[in-house]
Design a protein around this ligand. Structure first.
Ligand SMILES: [Zn+2]
Length: 63
């Protein structure tokens, strides 16, 4: 599967968020804030998957 720059940018932005949340969850493990971060990760991953598949469907450069 070939993807365009825009696809890469969307993916990179979500991955940055996921990495941040993941690190925060580990640093704050056992705290309320850490639990909230850990619980947010699956939702961000789902949003990333949706955003990327939506882009992929509509993009003329991807495919
Ligand atoms: Zn694209």
């Amino acid at each position: 599967m070939k993807t365009c720059d825009s696809f890469g940018r969307i993916k990179a932005a979500y991955e940055r968020d996921i990495t941040y949340l993941h690190n925060h969850a580990q640093l704050q493990a056992g705290t309320r804030s850490g639990k909230v971060s850990a619980a947010t990760v699956p939702g961000v991953k789902r949003r990333m998957a949706r955003a990327l598949s939506k882009h992929y469907e509509h993009c003329r450069m991807c495919g």
